[in-house]
Design a protein around this ligand. Sequence first.
Ligand SMILES: C[S@@+](CC[C@H](N)C(=O)[O-])C[C@H]1O[C@@H](n2cnc3c(N)ncnc32)[C@H](O)[C@@H]1O
Length: 269
Amino acid sequence: MKTAPSLDELVEMVRAGAKYQAIHPDLVRRVTEQELSKGRGLKDTVKAARSKLHQMGGAYMDTSIDYAQWTKELRDLPADLSAQAVREVCLRWMRSHASTRERLPFLEDFFRQTLGPLGPLRSVYDYACGLNPLCLPWLPLAPGAAYHACDIYADQIGFLNEFFAHFRLSGSANLCDLTAAVPDTPVQVGLLLKTIPCLEQFDKTAGARLLAAIPAEHLLVSFPARSLGGRSKGMVDNYEAHFEDLIAGQNWRVQRYEFPTELAFLISR
Ligand SMILES: C[S@@+](CC[C@H](N)C(=O)[O-])C[C@H]1O[C@@H](n2cnc3c(N)ncnc32)[C@H](O)[C@@H]1O
């Protein structure tokens, strides 16, 4: 009689797909375990786990990124974040991730309005960063500021560490699974941009837990105001109501900002 595959074997099957190989193995395991508990057959469990992982991260990267090529280009750039050539390349690279691409039309205003009054920033943690650390030339950073970032893709994290090293920034990029643990480095400013809905696909309590646990004096939280397909479908009202629920009972100061495709809140505590 054939025995059912173990969780380890199922995880390997999920990770066998090229799009899933770079994802944090602990997250692949947790998602596969959750899908397995729903009692579906083998093939459907693997399919459902991949679909969940796609919704959480892959859906934002419509083309595969050649990080080796980007690293070569990086090495030819001046080690100066304010150089025009650096800004141009960062803008081009940020187009490769839907989340940063959508922010480009109002990138300068976004960070000037939300973080300008807090600058110059001494330390930042960019949680579930995607390619957002490439916006560093537009941030009001103090000389020698520390910039930390984390996400689930090992290849992206590797490139971001090359990027930080090239510009001699203090801080580092790290692999993380925010549904399991929050990095404990205390910072002046945390960024949790357009990520709560992704994490809540896996764990409904993730948003409230993260807001309470992130060790940042100020936390900039945002939500998409349009779906990846471009429709707005009352998203601003829905996410505003959801955010109000998430912060209910907390004695935090909150400022609200609305941009064409993004609704943001700055929490100060
Ligand atoms: C909508 S994108 C936002 C990216 C970036 N914060 C921005 O606004 O440009 C969501 C990000 O969450 C990351 N992500 C999904 N699940 C995660 C998890 N469990 N832990 C950490 N990051 C996660 C994805 O890889 C993706 O980069």
